[in-house]
Design a protein around this ligand. Structure first.
Ligand code: GCU
Ligand code: CA
Length: 137
C-alpha cells in the first residue's frame, strides 16, 4: 500500500541537531536531541482522506534505557511510545502506532518525557509500509 516517508531532518526540531555519524539512516541524517525532558520533533504530514493510518517512527537508541515520548496528533495526546533500546546507535527500528488523521495537513509531534531525551529519530512513515496491504505498492 502507498506510504510516504517524512525525514526527521526536514521536520521542525526543538532542542536537537541533525547528524549523520551513525550509519543506516534514510535521507541525509537523523535528529539527535539533547538529553533532557522536552526536546521534540514535529512533522507536518498530508493525508488524502480522513481516517486511521499507520505512523512508523524510525529510530535508534544505543543507550541502555528506553527513551519514551509523548506523541501528539494535531495537538491531542495520542500515546506514549517507549522507543526501547535497539542495542546500538547504528541499529534502527520502528515504533509504530495507528492514528486517525484529518484530510489534508496533520501535525504529529513526539516530545521527550525523560532526562535521556529522544532516541535518535530518522524518519516518520505515514501509511502501511510497502508490501503490507492488498493494494499495489
Ligand atoms: C551518543 C550518540 C548520539 C546520541 C547520544 C544520546 O552521543 O552518538 O547519537 O544521541 O549518545 O545518548 O542521546
Ligand atoms: Ca541525543
Amino acid at each position: 500500500a502507498a506510504s510516504v516517508v517524512y525525514e526527521a531532518e526536514n521536520a521542525a526540531i526543538v532542542n536537537g541537531v541533525v547528524e549523520s555519524e551513525h550509519a543506516g539512516y534514510s535521507g541525509t541524517g537523523f535528529v539527535n536531541s539533547a538529553n533532557a525532558v522536552g526536546p521534540a520533533v514535529e512533522f507536518t504530514v498530508q493525508a488524502e482522506a480522513a481516517g486511521s493510518t499507520d505512523l512508523a517512527f524510525r529510530y535508534a537508541n544505543g543507550g541502555t534505557a528506553a527513551r519514551p515520548a509523548t506523541l501528539t496528533v494535531n495537538g491531542a495526546t495520542h500515546s506514549t511510545p517507549r522507543f526501547a533500546a535497539t542495542g546500538a546507535w547504528t541499529t534502527w527500528s520502528n515504533e509504530t502506532v495507528s492514528a486517525t488523521l484529518n484530510a489534508g495537513a496533520n501535525v504529529i509531534r513526539i516530545t521527550a518525557t525523560t532526562s535521556g531525551g529522544l532516541a535518535n529519530i530518522d524518519a516518520l512513515t505515514v501509511g502501511a509500509p510497502p508490501g503490507d496491504g492488498p493494494i499495489a505498492d
